[in-house]
Design a protein around this ligand. Sequence first.
Ligand SMILES: [Zn+2]
Length: 165
Amino acid sequence: MFETQENCIFCNSYNEDRKKIIWENQEAFSVFNYIPSVPGHSLIVTRQHVTDLNNLTGSVLEGFIHAIPQTFKSIQEIYETNPENIVEYYKDLIINPPEDKARSFAKQMLNHPHLLVKPIAYNWGMNYGYEAGQRAIHLHIHLFPRREEGLGIATAMRKHLAKKE
Ligand SMILES: [Zn+2]
C-alpha cells in the first residue's frame, strides 16, 4: 500500500542521510535508488511533500525539472573522478540495506557489466498511480543512465517486462 507523509521515505530516511545526495537545489535533491535497474539508477525528489502533479507548479516545478540534466551531469562526473564511489554505494547497501530486498539488487549491480561504464545518455520518467508501479506517493523522477544500447524507454520497458513474465 501507499505510504503516508508520516512514514514517507523521501521526507525521512533519504533526506537524513546527506552523504547519499548526488545533486541538490532549493526545490529538489537526487539520490541513488536502492532498488536499481541499472548502475547509477537515480531518483530525483521534490523537497516538498508534493503528491499531485497538478500541484507541481512554479519554482518547485522548475527546480524539479532542472535537477534532471544536473543529476545526470553529476553521475557522469562521479564516473570520471570517483567511480569507486558507485561500487562503495552498492557494497554499503549489502551491509546496511534500507529494506532486505535492496541487498539482492546491490549484488546484481556489483556484477553488472556496466557497473564501471560511464553513461552517455539517459531515460527519465515517473511512475504515476499504484497500477503504474508508484509506491512512494511523494513525487519523484527515475533517471536511468544508459550506455551503448539504443533502445528507447518503451522498448527497454517491454524487454524488461518480458524477462519477468
Ligand atoms: Zn514525502
